[in-house]
Design a protein around this ligand. Sequence first.
Ligand SMILES: [Zn+2]
Ligand SMILES: [Zn+2]
Length: 311
Amino acid sequence: MDAFGCALLPAFCTLCGSPLPQLSSVPICDACWIEFPVLSGPSCACCGDTLAAPALSSGPPVGISSAVHCRTCRLVPPPFVRAVAFGLYQDRMKAAIHALKYDRLLPAARPLGRMLAEAIAQLAAEAPAEMLVIPVPLHRSKYAQRGFNQARSLAAHALGFLRKTHPEWRLTLAPSTLMRLRATESQAGLTFRQRRLNVRGAFTVSDPSAVVSKHILVIDDIFTTGATARAAAQALVRAGAASVWVATLARARRVSNTGGFAVAYDETEDNPGLPPHERRPVRGDPGLPGNAPGATLQGASVFSSHGQPSF
Ligand SMILES: [Zn+2]
Ligand SMILES: [Zn+2]
């Protein structure tokens, strides 16, 4: 951002409205940057979702073992190895992502990219030493409307930071490898099953030879239900990828309590929030194979049978 760009921006913090001590290309005050909501507490070793205490002892893992996984990952193991995020998609994080995406506050991609880099760094000990980094693509109609893909911008900045902090890690940005076949505009009002079906098959790999036997890191700004990450990872695995990992800037919070859980996903264009009438408590684990006769591992039938908001 040059001086001309700075001059156009307000001298107040975009997020809290407090006056800024100086003009900045990113009008977000220091206090706001350090108050981004972070993730804490027990989480699923695969998708990173918050685990309620009951989930820790609700039966043996299915298909995956040895680590603590959420019910969804036990029921329907994701096509990715692990998903990590920097913080929660709420409060200042939500406001900053909205400013980037909808107000086109492009300079915010750099500090947010640093946060994304911290999320990716969580994978440093276990992820392969060489990976292709693939931002979740926008459909061309959405790209034409917005003019940029925030996931790609965040990924590019994150890799810039990681080249300094983890110079031995060979991460290569491959932004054109994955394509979005369908525009999945709004899924608000759809059931979980419909949402999963809506995004299923939405992605394809432009050149499968580019991903065969490669390890892939998928990047997105928000991880809401995981449906988008699963669909993207599925396309990559089908194209021959050796493994797929996922890193996002923020993830939606799942609200847990001892009686089950409610879902408090925020609405986004890709993973809209769950309408209140669909927020049903889950009693027991009727969807777990072995607990309910006839239950299967096929996600669609599991969710259509029980309508449980699981991811
Ligand atoms: Zn502020
Ligand atoms: Zn999980």
